[in-house]
Design a protein around this ligand. Structure first.
Ligand SMILES: [Zn+2]
Length: 265
């Protein structure tokens, strides 16, 4: 079924933005009301799980722990602690491990039972196995902080996802999210080159599908925050490369966004 309405604000004011994939047949539309970039979903998504080898979060110098460490440093700087933390899609448990070292009460949630078992055996941190979108949250609204990194862009129903996170939090609690920044100048440049025919989509095999369906900029993310009863407190961008990171944290032009939301009291 063709995309007729924006998945975030339900506006019909959609305009073709760019194409990707084999023969450029995967289409993306920008909503002129909320500015979300909607993938049309006509050819489906590919969410095949990466099967990564477990790297212990105790190996703080390992490069697999660099990004989690940066996220923890951001959290530690901006949120008063020790606090009660839930990390949804916690990977190897790096952030949970660092937070617990600082006296925080931590819990993880993972789709992968293997990852959950490995973290528990290695660190003793409790990790539930399940999908947060399907959790029954009646009596659980008491976390100070909930983290969701590089998951939001994969979910068609962004408002539903943020409302679930909202339900996990106490009033005044924080949500920390990371996701791509679709309006980063480097990504805009790539799309402009494709439009001019100076960069092609020929490298894609016919079966390639994206994992992302909703791409956010600061404006559309702020719209999402308001719709799900949050206030956007901090929007910054970052890079995994340390030299660029120092610039991107101050000048919001990086390709990845890191945001802090506060649940309305
Ligand atoms: Zn919209």
């Amino acid at each position: 079924m063709p995309l007729t309405h924006c998945r975030l604000c339900n506006s019909a004011d959609l305009h073709f933005d760019f194409a990707e994939g084999y023969r450029s047949r995967l289409k993306y539309y920008r909503c002129h009301n909320c500015r979300l970039v909607n993938y049309d979903l006509d050819h489906g998504l590919d969410q095949s799980q990466y099967t990564e080898v477990y790297v212990s979060p105790t190996l703080v110098e390992n490069k697999r722990n660099v990004e989690g460490t940066a996220t923890w440093q951001f959290l530690h700087r901006h949120v008063p602690g020790p606090a009660k933390l839930m990390d949804i899609g916690c990977g190897n448990g790096c952030i949970l491990y660092l937070a617990r070292e600082h006296g925080w009460e931590v819990r993880g949630l993972e789709l992968s039972a293997d990852a959950a078992r490995a973290i528990a055996a290695d660190t003793g941190i409790e990790v539930d196995v399940g999908n947060f979108l399907k959790m029954n949250l009646d009596d659980s609204a008491n976390y100070d902080v909930v983290i969701l990194r590089h998951v939001l862009e994969h979910l068609p129903d962004s408002v539903g996802a943020l409302r679930q996170i909202n339900a996990l939090l106490r009033p005044g609690g924080y949500a920390l999210l990371e996701f791509p920044n679709i309006d980063a100048p480097a990504l805009k440049f790539k799309r402009a080159m494709k439009k001019l025919g100076l960069r092609s989509n020929t490298k894609y095999p016919p079966e390639w599908r994206p994992g992302h369906c909703n791409e956010f900029c600061r404006y559309s993310f702020n719209y999402l925050a308001r719709e799900s009863d949050f206030a956007l407190e901090i929007w910054q961008t970052y890079s995994s490369k340390p030299t660029l990171n120092a610039i991107y944290n101050r000048l919001p032009i990086g390709t990845k966004a890191r945001v802090l939301l506060r649940k309305n009291a």
